[in-house]
Ligand binder design. Structure first.
Ligand SMILES: Nc1ncnc2c1ncn2[C@@H]1O[C@H](COP(=O)(O)OP(=O)(O)OP(=O)(O)O)[C@@H](O)[C@H]1O
Ligand SMILES: [Mg+2]
Length: 249
């Protein structure tokens, strides 16, 4: 069953072609990783997937719903954690998560227990009643991830979910995502940490300058020597040579 479907999706920002005829599918119970250099279009793809951006051409469907014409429904089905979470600084972590649970229609009596479980897992107990204003980057990231997962969405879209997290928290996120997958949920993530992609992704796609260069099954890529070897071979080699040559000129 196809849960996320990008069909020849293009998105421009003025002169910049952020996505150029990108197509890929994510199945039920699958973790799909978007990889690629800075500015290659990963976050743009994710924002299109949750209906925050609209494609100029092509279509994005989530569980059969068009993210352009059915954006409200899609937002309810998807849990999204952006690259740079914008939280409400004047609320405490708990107040923020309680507010988000309300938006998603969680009953007041089930909110506390649910929030507490995540807060404990992420080791935020001592901080959750303090104002977000004083949170570190990692703590904000954790609150954003909890907010994405609280309503048990069918689909998770997580932009750089482990960036800025300490090793223990990164481990917890990876285990949580594997748990989501086992429950049949589908996950689209972006990451610059190849080890994270290798540890949890079923399939990955490499993007570059808005194009999807190549996609493949993780087990097959591992047989070919792992992501670093495969990607260096594929694209970075040339890129790096250009960069180094330009610097040495
Ligand atoms: N809101 C916007 N306005 C103008 N240009 C944008 C906007 N969002 C993205 N872009 C441009 O689109 C291209 C793709 O950006 P995107 O953020 O999707 O890349 P990315 O792969 O997520 O990069 P990173 O690894 O740095 O997070 C870049 O050239 C970027 O400058
Ligand atoms: Mg990005």
């Amino acid at each position: 069953m196809v849960v996320i479907e990008f069909d020849r999706v293009s998105k421009r920002f003025g002169e910049v072609s952020a996505l150029d005829k990108v197509s890929f599918r994510v199945g039920k119970g699958e973790i799909f990783g978007l990889l690629g250099p800075n500015g290659s279009g990963k976050s743009t793809a994710m924002r299109l997937c949750v209906g925050i951006l609209r494609p100029d051409e092509g279509s994005v469907r989530v569980l059969g719903h068009d993210t352009k014409s059915e954006a409200r429904l899609v937002k309810r089905l998807v849990g999204y954690s952006p690259e740079e979470p914008r939280l409400y600084d004047f609320l405490s972590g708990y107040e923020y998560l309680n507010f988000v649970s309300g938006i998603y229609g969680l009953k007041p009596e089930e909110r506390r227990e649910k929030i507490d479980r995540f807060v404990e897992a992420f080791g935020l107990e001592g901080k959750i009643d303090e104002e977000i204003k004083g949170y570190s980057r990692g703590m904000r990231q954790k609150v954003s991830l909890i907010a994405a997962m609280l309503h048990d969405p069918e689909v998770l879209v997580l932009d750089e979910p482990v960036a800025g997290l300490d090793p223990r928290s990164a481990r917890i996120v990876k285990e949580l995502l594997k748990g989501f997958k086992r429950m049949g949920r589908s996950i689209l993530i972006s990451t610059h940490i190849l080890g994270v992609a290798e540890a949890i992704c079923d399939r990955v796609a490499l993007m570059r300058r808005g194009r999807l260069l190549v996609s493949g099954r993780m087990d097959e890529l591992l047989k070919m020597g792992g992501l670093e070897d495969v990607f260096l071979e594929l694209e970075c080699k040339e890129d790096l040579r250009e960069v180094v040559e330009a610097l040495l000129k």
